[in-house]
Write a protein of this length. Structure first.
Length: 173
């Protein structure tokens, strides 16, 4: 006869049995994501930059200097509403990391350029991100890091928003 703690545990529930390992993996990934976010935030804090501002700066840096992005380009690339980009640009402009400039072909269009301060901030951000990555990956060997990198690429490159084996449709989710 099993004890009541075994019967009440989520792993022994008939509803959870088919996904128990997937559920555990999903929870582990969520915990790791939260931990990584906390560590990155701690490393970015001395720079006075939020993780969202950091992401916007990195995104702006990926555009050619000859054709900086429009606010709409940034919103689409970051997958956020345009108002969110406006707020981020306002903060980065106040910190003199970016500047708004009119488009030469259409003066109604505003483009976002990196400033020298923004480029220097990006260099410091890279160092902070490297420090955060080193902190979170410290327990892993070089081989484990390579394996993890391959696994993460496989997950990131998988089909978006599609169940891997159709189980979600079968359960009516």
């Amino acid at each position: 006869m099993s004890s009541s703690s075994e019967t009440d545990s989520p792993a022994s529930s008939p509803v959870d049995t088919p996904d128990s390992s997937d559920g555990v993996l999903a929870e582990q990934l969520l915990r790791l994501t939260r931990r990584l976010h906390r560590i990155q935030k701690r490393h970015l804090e001395p720079l006075g930059i939020t993780p969202a501002q950091s992401r916007l700066l990195r995104t702006v840096a990926h555009y050619p200097e000859a054709e900086p992005p429009r606010m709409a380009d940034l919103a689409a690339r970051l997958e956020v509403v345009p108002r969110a980009v406006t707020t981020l640009v306002d903060g980065l402009e106040a910190a003199e990391c970016v500047r708004r400039v009119p488009d030469t072909a259409n003066r109604r269009v505003i483009r976002i350029e990196l400033t020298e301060t923004g480029r220097a901030t990006l260099r410091r951000l890279r160092n902070a991100r490297t420090g955060a990555a080193e902190e979170i990956l410290a327990p892993l060997t070089t081989d484990q890091r390579e394996l993890l990198g391959g696994l993460l690429n496989a997950l990131a490159d998988g089909p978006a928003d599609a169940p891997a084996d159709g189980r979600a449709e079968q359960r009516g989710c």
